[in-house]
Design a binder for this molecule. Structure first.
Ligand code: PLP
Length: 395
């Protein structure tokens, strides 16, 4: 037998952390990494944050799981808190981002069905989008590497060029019932939607009675310096999927919707065994206690500006390798002039974890609690990595 015990679907690096503290990860031999990946935008409070740890410990000892067959008071309390903080009137809790997207897509389908428009089943999505790895969510992207081997996929999505409003207007036909977009594409290469684009999508949705679904799984929950990225666009969605940072490391997601958009989500239309269990709810409450505070959000914006400025200052010293910085808040991308995957791997050996993304971008997604010295350390480590990096084509 040659297959590994773990199904070999990931090309894993050698880094094997067993412990985390603040913005650092450690392996069994004590090697240390500055974690500017945060488990891909998940560990919003870093590792081992005392408030989050205490909340999970307390809840684990009290009650971990019951069932959605019963009332779950902790779930109602968190839903009410999220409703009070956002555009939403109602929330469904999931265990992951892809499940939150599934619920968002079903909400859109159910809305059109409830309006007597079952024919409006299709959802417009965008090039290089990433919405997850389930069959429905891979059919929402045009990324070949995700779709390959799984086609035919359902024809529910129509993928259009990102930031091209005219293409969207031209694609709206009687089969279209919604538009789904990441305000800032993550996997696609830290590509922010333009204000005109997102506002234009809102107007098109209003004009054609379509639902605007935002995927804030990666860019949401304070990552960009506002609780949700769309707040910076002056655009309000009908439905939104969140996950990652909301649990701070505990697997949890949510689908938020307005009352109008959730018109079709009646008893029996959706469900989840684990979704919204008391343990997950305790984790989310603890994260929100910290990240929803205006002073914390202001600090994220400041740290984002400082990190961006520090990266921009570094670029001229390595202008054969680095091109530019993009992104918002602490969701930043360093665009390279060569393969970002090779550089991310090389940077790991210099003690810093980052994440590669599309368009040769190195994603910097640090814990939202970083301080000035972490920014300096990040730039020092990236600079050291750049000095010794030999691009594959030159090696
Ligand atoms: N949507 C976006 C924008 C994401 O970045 C991701 C994960 O990276 C997902 C959806 C899927 O989330 P999950 O991996 O939790 O299913």
């Amino acid at each position: 037998m040659t297959i590994t015990a773990l199904m070999p679907v990931y090309g894993r690096s050698e880094v094997a952390p067993v412990r985390g503290e603040g913005c650092y990860l450690y392996d069994a031999e004590g090697h240390e990494w500055l974690d500017f990946a945060s488990g891909i935008a998940v560990n919003s409070l870093g590792h081992g944050h005392p408030h989050l740890v205490a909340a999970i410990q307390r809840q684990a000892a009290t009650l971990m799981h019951t069932s959605n067959l019963y009332k779950v008071p902790a779930q109602t309390a968190l839903a009410e808190r999220i409703v009070s903080l956002t555009f939403a009137d109602t929330v469904f809790f999931t265990n992951s981002g892809a499940e939150a997207i599934e619920c968002a897509v079903k909400t859109c389908r159910a809305y059109q069905y409830a309006q007597g428009h079952a024919e409006k089943f299709r959802i417009l999505t965008f090039s290089n989008a990433f919405h997850g790895r389930t069959l429905a969510t891979i059919s929402a992207t045009n990324q070949e590497k995700m779709r390959k081997g799984f086609e035919p996929l359902p024809d529910w999505f129509h993928v259009l060029p990102f930031n091209d409003l005219e293409a969207v207007a031209a694609a709206i036909d009687p089969s279209v019932g919604g538009i789904m977009v990441e305000p800032i594409q993550g996997e696609g290469g830290i590509r922010p939607a333009t204000k005109e684009f997102l506002q234009g999508l809102r107007s098109l949705c209003d004009a054609h009675d379509l639902l605007l679904i935002l995927d804030e799984v990666q860019c949401g929950v304070a990552r960009t310096g506002t609780l949700f990225a769309h707040e910076q666009y002056g655009v309000t969605p009908d439905v939104m999927a969140i996950a990652k940072g909301i649990g701070g490391g505990f697997p949890v997601g949510a689908c938020l919707a307005t009352e109008r958009a959730a018109a079709g989500m009646v008893v029996g239309t959706h469900g989840s065994t684990y979704g919204g269990n008391p343990l997950a709810m305790a984790a989310c409450q603890a994260v929100l206690d910290i990240v929803a505070e205006p002073a914390f959000l202001a600090r994220v914006r400041e740290s984002g500006e400082r990190l961006r400025a520090a990266l921009e200052q570094m670029i001229p010293n390595h202008d054969d390798l680095f091109d530019s910085v993009r992104g918002v808040g602490l969701m930043l991308g360093l665009k390279l002039k060569t393969d970002s995957r090779a550089f991310v791997a090389h940077a790991r050996s210099h003690g810093i974890l980052t994440v590669a993304a599309g368009e040769n971008v190195v994603r910097l997604l640090p814990p939202l609690i970083i301080e000035e010295h972490h920014i300096r350390e990040c730039v020092d480590k990236l600079s050291a990595a750049a000095r010794s990096f030999v691009p594959a084509e030159a090696a």
